[in-house]
Every structure is written in C-alpha cells, then in structure tokens.
Design a protein around this ligand. Structure first.
Ligand code: TRP
Ligand code: ZN
Length: 470
C-alpha cells in the first residue's frame, strides 16, 4: 500500500528544498530525496516510512532463549514510490551488523526507532523500481511499553518467547515499515535449540531441518499481512497439523499449545474448525490458506492477539474469546485499518461476533448484549471513531460502542439476510487491503442507498449516550 503525505509548498520553496536534498544525496551521484520518516498516523506519527512499499519480508531468525539472544537476517523486497536518495526502516534496540541495498553495502545511521539507509553510489532507487535490502542484526530484544501501559513486542517467556505487535511491537524483532498501511507477504524461518518448537503465521513448510542440536522451522505467509500481526512463538509446544480440514472448509489447521496448558487447551482447540466455518457463514469466505491458534501460559502475555492465521492466547481461551480473535481474521487481518484511528473497525466487529455467538449458542439475544453494553459507563468515555489519545485506541468504547454501531446498522437495514450480505460485501470489498472509517460509512451508505449521517453522528462520533430506545 502507498501512503504519501500530500506536500503543498510554494514553488520557490520547493525548488530550494529540491536543490538542498539533491545535494545532500549527490555525493555518490544518488538522485532523489529521502523517504519520509513516519507515514503521518494520527496517533503514532513516527510509525512507518514513506517513499517505498514493502512487498515481501524474508526473515531468518536464530533464537537462543537461554541467553536471551536473537540473531536475524531480514531481506526486504520493496518498490520505490518516489526517487529515493535514502529511506528509513523501523527498528528498536538490537545491533545492526550490516546492510546492503541491491547487493551493495549501504550506510546505516540510527536515531531512536529509525534506521536511515543510504544506498551505495550507483544504486538508483527510481520511482517504480523494486529493490532488495538485506539487514543482518543481533542482540537481546526487549519488549515495548504501550501508551496504555501494556507490554508488546518480543516477550521472553520461561523457556522461549512470543512476539506480539499491536500496535508497534514488530520493530522490536525485525526491521520494517511498521504501520498497518503497508502489508506484505512473508517467509519466516526460525532456528531454535532442539526440543523447542517455533510457530509463526501462515503455513509450515516441511521438513524442519535439524543440525548441530538446532532445528529450523519455516513458515510461509502468501497473503498480505500487516507488521502488527506477525508473530513467532518459541516454546515446548504440542502441535496438531490438519492439512485439509473438511470442517474448516478445506484449509489447513495448525494449532500449538504450551505443554503446561496442552491438556486444558485440547477441547477449545478442537473447536477451531467449527468457529471458522460458523464465522465464514456470517462474514464471507475465510481469507487465508490456513488457520489455527497458539496457546501459551497465562504469564506469557497480558492479552490475546489476533496474530494472522492463528491468534495467540495466554492460556486456554473460552469459546467467546476464540470467536473474538478468529473474527479478527476477517476484521483486522484481511480488512486492515488504514490508520490506528480505525481500531473500532477491528474491535467493534470482533465484539459483535461474540454477540452473534452468544445469541446462536448461548441463548442470549443480541439485544441483551447491546443493552448491557449500552448501560456500561466505560463504553461512553469517548466516541469509538475518535479516541482522544494513543492510550485509548484499544479501550472499551472501541469494543462495546463499536459493536453497538454494527447493531444500529442491522436495525437500520431491518432485514437479516440483507444485513449479513452487507457484512460479506464489506469483507469482500477490502479483502487483503486497508480501510478507514470513511471507507466504511461510504460503503454502507452506497450498499443501502441511504443517508445514515444521523446514525454515524450518534453512535460513531457522538460524545454522549443517547436516550434509550424502546
Ligand atoms: N487487539 C487485541 C484484541 O482485542 C487486544 C489487545 C492487543 C490489547 N494489545 C492490547 C488490549 C493492548 C489492551 C491493550 O483481541
Ligand atoms: Zn479484539
């Protein structure tokens, strides 16, 4: 995906800038200007980078949990979206050992979470050119504390690690364009000491090669994936791989559970295909080639995350949490927020999936779930489509009131067949892409042929609780 920030300047100022940057870059005859450091996200302006679009990440990681060491080689294939004299990658911590761009050594400088790469003289990154960056790095990855106080990124566990990246944690374990607007395919190879297993996104590529007491696990993600959904889990796992699950519609189902919780996880993991099929009937075809789940121990992380293909759970989830994280495969993982302002498009729908499940399986009418959420004061702290700060992007209004928005649309549509057709149309329209709140409201108005500005005003943007309806 592209994300150019529109720049408006007077012509003389633009010319002056052009002369300036051309000359900084022209030492080695490199033309163009540096890509922007940051894509202008309203909540995390420094995340991601301009001037290129990553199409593929090839990550080869060597993980030593006992020493808390990671060694990695990241090969990024990217297309320049402008003439680039230099560009940035997001990487926090770790030591960069070497970098090449199109096979020639590149100069690397660092400031905070930004790497600046200057390609060698003779390497031209012209607009439209696809180029390859290889970065070797190592060190002891450390987690990141979010604005809301939660821990994300590379989390060491008792005997391994798990990587969780929402919103900004992927930069703690691999260099990249760390913003949801730039999705790419991945190959992830993880080498671990014998006895440990490394699980990641996508499909496993057999066989796992073993040498000198270490085993390499290879994973391939063919569909576009946002950096925040990339994961690696290293541990003593019990795994189950069903290559073609009839119940899940023919896709591969790969589950992994830490041996400490494997027995307790078995019953809920056995329901993964059922949940995928149940959701596919409501949300449209499952968007990926494989599914599954990773279950760690409760102390491994403070929350579950919808990591692509197989969500991560800190301990065996109940069916509702499984339904929530699996719904994100459609809402979040396939249809990905354009920016961190749009998290209600993830959480509102994942919460609504829980309400649908409770109605279908637990005899709790959706209206009751709606009423309970309506009564909860925490859901009225701010409008779901406009969280006040970066610390609020995953707070109750985004979940509870986000789901109320979906139910209000259902009531406005009136007919359930048409409502579910609307949901399926949404996941189809932006499958494997990105979408914003404006894309959503425009889509619903076009699909229904109605002006729903009052609904958006009250439920999406309103600051106060409306009077309860009959
Ligand atoms: N997005 C996750 C979910 O709803 C939850 C999550 C990830 C989260 N990171 C967080 C919640 C940080 C609170 C704080 O499935
Ligand atoms: Zn969620």
């Amino acid at each position: 995906m592209n994300h150019r920030t529109p720049v408006r300047r007077t012509l003389p100022a633009a010319l002056a800038l052009l002369v300036l940057v051309t000359c900084t870059g022209c030492s080695g005859g490199v033309e163009g200007r540096p890509g922007a450091a940051g894509v202008g996200d309203p909540y995390f302006p420094r995340l991601g980078n301009g001037g290129y679009d990553v199409t593929h990440y090839d990550l080869a990681l060597d993980v030593d949990p006992a020493a808390h060491r990671l060694r990695g080689t990241a090969t990024l294939t990217a297309r320049a979206t402008q003439d680039l004299s230099a560009f940035h990658l997001d990487l926090l911590g770790l030591t960069v050992e070497s970098a090449t761009v199109d096979g020639r050594p590149a100069a690397v400088s660092r400031a905070g979470q930004k790497l600046t790469l200057r390609p060698d003289a003779g390497v031209r990154l012209s607009e439209g050119h696809t180029f390859r960056t290889v970065l070797r790095y190592s060190g002891s990855p450390r987690p990141l504390t979010d604005p809301d106080g939660s821990q994300e990124g590379w989390l060491w566990t008792a005997d391994g690690a798990v990587a969780l990246g929402e919103p900004a944690g992927s930069m703690t374990w691999f260099p990249g364009n760390d913003h949801p607007s730039d999705k790419a395919s991945y190959d992830i190879a993880v080498t671990v000491p014998k006895g440990l297993t490394a699980v990641s996104n996508g499909e496993p590529a057999p066989p796992a090669a073993a040498s000198a007491g270490r085993t390499t696990y290879r994973w391939h993600v063919g569909e576009p994936m946002a950096t925040y959904l990339a994961t690696v889990a290293v541990g003593h796992f019990e795994t189950k791989d069903t290559k073609r699950s009839k119940e899940a519609g023919g896709i591969e189902v790969f589950t992994a559970a830490d041996r400490a919780v494997a027995a307790d996880s078995a019953p809920v993991l056995a329901r993964v295909p059922e949940v995928v099929a149940w959701e596919a009937r409501r949300f449209g075809p499952y968007p990926f080639a494989s599914t599954g789940a990773i279950v760690g121990r409760p102390e491994d992380a403070g929350y579950a995350l919808e990591t692509q293909n197989r969500p991560f759970f800190p301990g065996p989830p109940g069916p509702r949490l499984l339904v929530h994280e699996m719904a994100h495969q459609w809402f979040g993982d396939s249809v990905t927020p354009a920016s961190w302002r749009d998290t209600w498009l993830n959480e509102g729908f994942a919460t609504y999936a829980e309400w649908l499940w409770a109605a279908d399986k637990e005899g709790v009418p959706v209206g009751d779930s709606f009423d309970a959420a309506f009564r909860k004061d925490a859901n009225w702290a701010f409008p779901p489509a406009d969280p006040p700060t970066a610390a609020d992007i995953l707070q109750p209004p985004v979940y509870g009131r986000g789901a109320m928005v979906v139910h209000e649309i259902r009531k406005a549509v009136g007919d359930d067949t048409r409502f579910f057709a609307l949901l399926k149309g949404w996941t189809r329209a932006h499958r494997h892409g990105n979408a914003s709140t404006a894309d959503f409201t425009a889509y619903v108005e076009k699909a229904t042929g109605r002006d729903l500005s009052q609904l958006w005003k009250t439920w999406l943007y309103g600051r106060s609780r409306p009077a309860p309806q009959g």
